[in-house]
Design a binder for this molecule. Structure first.
Ligand SMILES: *[C@@H]1O[C@H](CO)[C@@H](O)[C@H](O)[C@H]1NC(C)=O
Ligand SMILES: *[C@@H]1O[C@H](CO)[C@@H](O)[C@H](O)[C@H]1NC(C)=O
Ligand SMILES: *[C@@H]1O[C@H](CO)[C@@H](O)[C@H](O)[C@H]1NC(C)=O
Length: 392
């Protein structure tokens, strides 16, 4: 925007006559207009795209999805969804999803474009940790930075870390939380933040925005862990597992986690996962990896993104990503070391935080921050003595 201001000064000083003044003002408006789009979207956008967007903005049913997601401008609410039968009876968060589901581009507030050493260098990143985190979850991020998500050379390969985030709250609170993330960014350089409301039903949006970023900035990354900020991930084990894959260096399909099969849309309005027929009308979901955390190859992530262009949004992100892959004929694979619905320990008297359980795992969902540091320390202890019976 500074450039624009300089231009303004130069232009206004030189006005010779009314006619050329008009021409100059017109030019200025065009320059500001283009600058506006460039600044806010953070990506290239042609005037052609911008004009096309304006034409479409008042007719934005789902059929327009694939066309609209190629560019960004301030996205307007699609009121035509109110004519969907039963719309009035839907809970507010579902209405909101329907109103805004065509909005797939948001300006980036924080970027780390060189996280992978540029697109060409990105093959050097072996495991990229992609952690969904809301601005409020400062304590979780801080603990992860000091434990399993530490950036490091592990077993000869690089681990890198990114938190992906939207915004929370409004007005002053939103600004303060954005300032928190900006301060963290200055210190750690590990955040991607877009200016959309970070809610459960916007997680799919978050994933798509990340995949778009990844295709641009990190297309050759070998593997990724995609997960929540409240999991315990044994990243040392993940490296061992991934390095020992026969015949896959990230250039082939990999989508591994806690696989959920035969799940159907939940039609009970009280559930967090409620999906009314107005949002998704077909039968069971494809098999998917629970979103607490799963591993995927760079190859698979690019296909996911590609397929998302033609896959109508479903606001449950882990199911949605599986739908995209399903379209390409790619399926998840189960790994017993990934426990996204928690660790089941048969003996009620046993210590739930026995490091012997966690030493053998890849990932366990729902792990309190306060226990993370000790656990991460304990599982690295070479003297840790685990009897066979204490291993699940
Ligand atoms: C998703 O984010 C957009 C942009 O902030 C917002 O308008 C919309 O209401 C959000 N949707 C949900 C379901 O929270
Ligand atoms: C990964 O393996 C494929 C063969 O499956 C090979 O063509 C490619 O060069 C390898 N990539 C890297 C970065 O080693
Ligand atoms: C993306 O999909 C299109 C067809 O839908 C295909 O032509 C293209 O090769 C795909 N690209 C990748 C990277 O899979």
């Amino acid at each position: 925007m500074n450039k624009c201001r300089l231009l303004t000064n130069n232009i206004t000083k030189k006005i010779p006559s009314m006619a050329s003044a008009t021409a100059l003002m017109t030019a200025l408006v065009v320059v500001l207009y283009l600058g506006f789009f460039q600044d806010l979207s953070g990506t290239r956008i042609s005037l052609h795209d911008a004009v096309e967007q304006q034409d479409d903005s008042h007719i934005t049913p789902t059929s327009q999805i694939s066309k609209q997601r190629h560019f960004w401008s301030k996205c307007v609410r699609d009121n035509s969804v109110e004519s969907i039968s039963g719309f009035d009876t839907l809970p507010d968060h579902i209405k909101n999803f329907l109103y805004y589901q065509h909005c797939l581009h948001f300006p980036m507030l924080l970027d780390t474009p060189h996280k992978c050493g540029g697109p060409k260098g990105s093959a050097k990143v072996f495991l990229l940790l992609v952690i969904k985190s809301s601005p409020m979850n400062y304590d979780r991020r801080e603990v992860l930075r000091n434990t399993w998500a530490k950036e490091r050379l592990q077993n000869g390969v690089w681990i890198r870390r990114l938190f992906i985030s939207g915004t929370q709250d409004d007005g002053y609170n939103k600004k303060r939380l954005n300032r928190l993330l900006a301060l963290e960014q200055r210190k750690y350089n590990d955040i991607l933040q877009w200016d959309f409301h970070d809610s459960f039903f916007n997680l799919t949006l978050k994933q798509i925005l990340f995949l778009e970023w990844m295709e641009r900035n990190c297309p050759h990354v070998r593997f990724m862990l995609n997960g929540d900020d409240d999991v315990f991930a044994n990243t040392d084990n993940m490296i061992l597992y991934l390095k020992n894959l026969p015949d896959n260096n990230g250039s082939k399909h990999l989508y591994v986690g806690d696989v959920i099969k035969g799940a159907k849309p939940i039609r009970s309005p009280n559930s967090k996962y409620y999906i009314p027929t107005q949002v998704h009308n077909s039968g069971p979901y494809p098999a998917y990896c629970g979103g607490g955390g799963f591993l995927l190859s760079g190859y698979t992530a690019l296909i996911m993104y590609n397929m998302s262009h033609s896959t109508p949004l479903l606001p449950i992100d882990d199911v949605y990503l599986a739908m995209c892959l399903d379209k390409a004929g790619l399926h998840p694979e189960s790994h017993l070391g990934v426990k996204t619905s928690g660790l089941y320990i048969p003996d009620a008297k046993a210590d739930r935080y026995d490091p012997c359980y966690f030493r053998e795992m890849l990932l366990v969902h729902r792990f309190l921050s306060v226990n993370m540091y000790v656990m991460w320390h304990d599982i690295q202890n070479p003297d840790l003595n685990c009897s066979p019976s204490s291993v699940l």
